[in-house]
Design a protein around this ligand. Sequence first.
Ligand SMILES: [Zn+2]
Length: 134
Amino acid sequence: MYDVKVYDRNTEANRQLSPHIQVHEVACGDGSRPVFISQTLIDILENIRVHFGAPLHINSGYRTVSYNASVKDSSPKSQHCSGLAADIWVEGHTPAEVYAYADQLLGNHGGLGIYNTFVHIDVRADKSRFDYRT
Ligand SMILES: [Zn+2]
């Protein structure tokens, strides 16, 4: 689960983490150079991308602790800070569809949260599911 690797957003921005996902897509929104991300997470995102056959957008992947603190309603223990989480949406598909498929993939592990416009996915060891739709 904790197969987090580190990349350099300056020199490896376009490096392929999977056939459809590059380093810059999961880099922290504050421009920080190191990018920590779990390959297990990437493999799940790639699976989702291929399953739906449509562009998958990553709103947020890795976050530094300081950047995370600036994100509205974020948890101080956010899985994003460990490189274990991504907030995603898939073109042409609702968050409910993406959530349902990701739930099948994760089984009895990992975190999933559904929001109005995106889905949070993380690869924590235990199981967590939450609904933040308003
Ligand atoms: Zn998230």
